[in-house]
Structures are given as structure tokens and as C-alpha cells.
Design a protein around this ligand. Structure first.
Ligand SMILES: [Cu+2]
Length: 164
């Protein structure tokens, strides 16, 4: 009959120890942060290390993106009457996009995100071209404000992926 009593006493003592540790707020928090770190250090697989990162606060890749250098590649997008071809392109960071107005009427390239990488209609008459090098990964939707809105009409999308 002593053993259960001892077990209870031990459990109470363990509980007391845990409470004592829990009272020490900073130490508990610090221990929580230290625990995942060796896991990250011992797993070289980048897929595993990036998996826990997005939910957490520290996510160095999107938080501090490094612009890619121009890679010499160029992708052409035609503005026709009244659509872009190809409407969606996917490039790596550092690639230049060349829009050409191959239609017979005016068009423009208006970034939906308010960016300044587009071109106004007066600089994009039939036969004109406009160039921009995308250096940061992301999605860059745009439209022709003469023949569409951000949601409808003459739309385009540039998807920029990480440079190799
Ligand atoms: Cu247009």
C-alpha cells in the first residue's frame, strides 16, 4: 500500500517541479524556441526546414528577398486587339519581359498592384514595345486600362519564380 502513496507523492513532486519551471516564464519560452533549432540544423532537406517556417514569425526568404541580377533572358508578350498573348507567362527572376503592341489600336500595361513597371498608352502605340526586368519572385497581374479592368477584359499575368 506504500507504493501507490509513493507514486502519488512522486507525481505531486513532479508537479511541483513543473510548476516551479512554469513560473520561470522566460526560461520556459526560451526552451520552447531552442527545441526546434537542433531539428532544423540536423535536417539539411530545405523542404523540411521551410515547412515550419511560414507559420512562425521568422521566415527569412519572403521577408528579405534579394533581387536577382538580369539573366539575359527575354520573353515577349504581344498586345493584340484586345488581349495579351500569352496571357499568362512564367519566368525566373532576372528575366526581361518585352511587351509589344502588335495590334492596330492603342493599349497599355497597367499593373494591378499599383507598381510602376507598366507602360502608358502614349508610349505604347502600335509598333511600340516596353521592357521590364522582374527581379523579385511573385505574381504580377496587369491589364490594359483601355480594354479592361483589374478583374475583367484585357488581362495578363507574369509569374516570377526563384532564379536557379
Ligand atoms: Cu487594350
Amino acid at each position: 500500500m506504500l507504493r501507490p502513496a509513493l507514486a502519488i507523492a512522486a507525481a505531486l513532486m513532479c508537479g511541483a517541479v513543473v510548476i516551479a519551471c512554469a513560473d520561470d516564464g522566460p526560461e520556459t519560452a526560451q526552451r520552447g524556441q531552442i527545441a526546434p533549432s537542433p531539428t532544423l540544423g540536423t535536417t539539411p532537406d530545405p523542404a523540411e526546414s521551410t515547412a515550419p517556417a511560414p507559420p512562425g514569425s521568422a521566415d527569412p526568404v519572403p521577408a528579405d528577398p534579394v533581387p536577382a541580377e538580369p539573366n539575359g533572358l527575354s520573353v515577349r508578350v504581344q498586345s493584340l486587339d484586345n488581349f495579351f498573348r500569352d496571357e499568362v507567362i512564367e519566368i525566373t527572376a532576372g528575366t526581361e519581359v518585352v511587351w509589344t503592341n502588335d495590334g492596330r489600336i492603342d493599349h497599355d500595361v497597367t499593373p494591378s498592384d499599383g507598381g510602376d513597371w507598366g507602360v502608358a498608352a502614349d508610349l505604347f502605340a502600335p509598333g511600340d514595345e516596353h521592357r521590364h526586368v522582374f527581379t523579385l519572385p511573385g505574381e504580377y497581374p496587369y491589364y490594359c486600362s483601355i480594354h479592361g479592368t483589374a478583374d475583367f477584359g484585357q488581362l495578363g499575368l507574369v509569374i516570377v519564380t526563384e532564379s536557379a
